[in-house]
Design a protein around this ligand. Structure first.
Ligand code: GNR
Ligand code: NI
Length: 188
């Protein structure tokens, strides 16, 4: 397993339309394992393969990486002692996902994106949807999504079409967000 580099705007690869997965092999399983490691390290609640430079229709999501009530656990690395919250992981993998019957009703969440770091903005999306997807063995599933899961999977599916959450903002708000990111980078 390995942490992979996350592409950031304005990397043109983020605009790629990703291709369907046709082979469910060990390489796909390695990609997914690396995507989880990269997402948990970031940390984020979702990641699309294109964000690590792989133009395949693969998403990982875990809405619950941390249990805030759990006792901290001691661990050692880099020659130092660290305390970490134990994690209750709910890793989900979606291969070749499709959105079915999105609700007319919209929900607004303040979204962020690992490819647009430190920028947050409200985005309206269908409040619920059904998703058809394949698992790592190619088996087809369907599932109804609500709440943050519905929002997150639509955010991730946008990445498969080369779309970022800032593309849902007005041109003025998008330009303000990108300027703010430039400024943050200059300060760093
Ligand atoms: O970590 C993330 N948080 C988030 C918050 C609200 C709506 C969507 C997301 S996804 C994001 C990680 C990411 O960039 N996935 O593509
Ligand atoms: Ni994102």
């Amino acid at each position: 397993m390995a942490i992979r580099e996350i592409l950031e705007v304005p990397d043109p690869r983020l605009k790629t339309v990703s291709s369907p997965v046709t082979v469910f092999d060990a390489e796909l399983k390695t990609l997914v394992a690396d995507m989880f490691e990269t997402m948990y390290d970031a940390p984020g609640i979702g990641l699309a393969a294109i964000q690590v430079g792989v133009p395949s229709r693969v998403l990982v999501i875990d809405l619950q990486p941390d249990d805030p009530d759990a006792e901290p656990e001691e661990c050692h690395h880099d020659g130092h002692k660290h305390f970490h919250q134990p994690t209750i992981r709910q890793p989900r993998v979606f291969v070749n996902p499709e959105i079915l019957d999105p609700a007319d009703e919209l929900a607004t969440y303040q979204e962020g994106c690992l490819s647009v770091p430190e920028i947050y903005a409200d985005v309206d999306r269908p409040a619920t949807c059904r998703v058809r997807y394949q698992d790592l063995d190619g088996k087809v599933h369907e599932e109804d999504m609500t709440g943050l899961m519905a929002t997150c999977i639509q955010h991730e599916m946008d990445h498969l079409e080369g779309v970022l959450f800032i593309d849902h903002l007005s041109r003025l708000k998008r330009q303000m967000a990108l300027k703010k990111l430039q400024k943050l980078r200059q300060a760093a």
